[in-house]
Design a protein around this ligand. Structure first.
Ligand SMILES: [Zn+2]
Length: 152
């Protein structure tokens, strides 16, 4: 008489812990935050994403939030804060870029099955293109104004 072995229950899954990406559960991860700013006339709204992120998810978040600032930061008093937001988020990105490529963590159930695709580089996104156009126009207007003032 032969007995069949009892089926082995699947290991219990747990949510991502510290050191594991909050989005995909991969490791290694760093605890960072990225912020964006939307400016409307005299108001501005800051939104942020904070937590443990792997290299891919962190880079995707950096690009998303920076693009959002470059698109929505120009339209009010918050324009003053654009360089600050860009600089701080870029500084925080350094911790993400130092990480090794993400590896799946066995036994972790995260909201995403794989790391996020970082997507297009920032320079190819609408926010960067809009910002380059706006800064170019601003420089030309100021330059023409200064030239007109100097020649009168
Ligand atoms: Zn991830």
């Amino acid at each position: 008489m032969t007995t069949t072995p009892a089926p082995v229950p699947p290991p219990a899954l747990r949510p991502p812990a510290d050191g594991e990406c909050q989005f995909c559960g991969s490791h290694p991860a760093a605890h960072v935050s990225f912020q964006s700013m939307t400016s409307i006339v005299i108001l501005y709204v800051v939104s942020s994403q904070r937590g443990w992120m792997c290299r891919n998810c962190g880079l995707a978040m950096f690009r998303h939030y920076t693009n959002k600032t470059l698109l929505a930061g120009w339209w009010g008093v918050g324009v003053i804060g654009i360089p600050i937001f860009l600089g701080v988020d870029r500084f925080r990105l350094r911790r993400i870029l130092r990480l090794a490529p993400p590896q799946p963590t066995p036994g972790v159930a995260a909201s995403l099955p794989a790391p996020l695709d970082p997507g297009k580089p920032l320079i190819q996104r609408p926010g960067a293109i809009l910002s380059i156009v706006l800064v170019t126009v601003l420089v030309l207007v100021i330059g023409c104004g200064a030239l007109a003032f100097a020649t009168t």
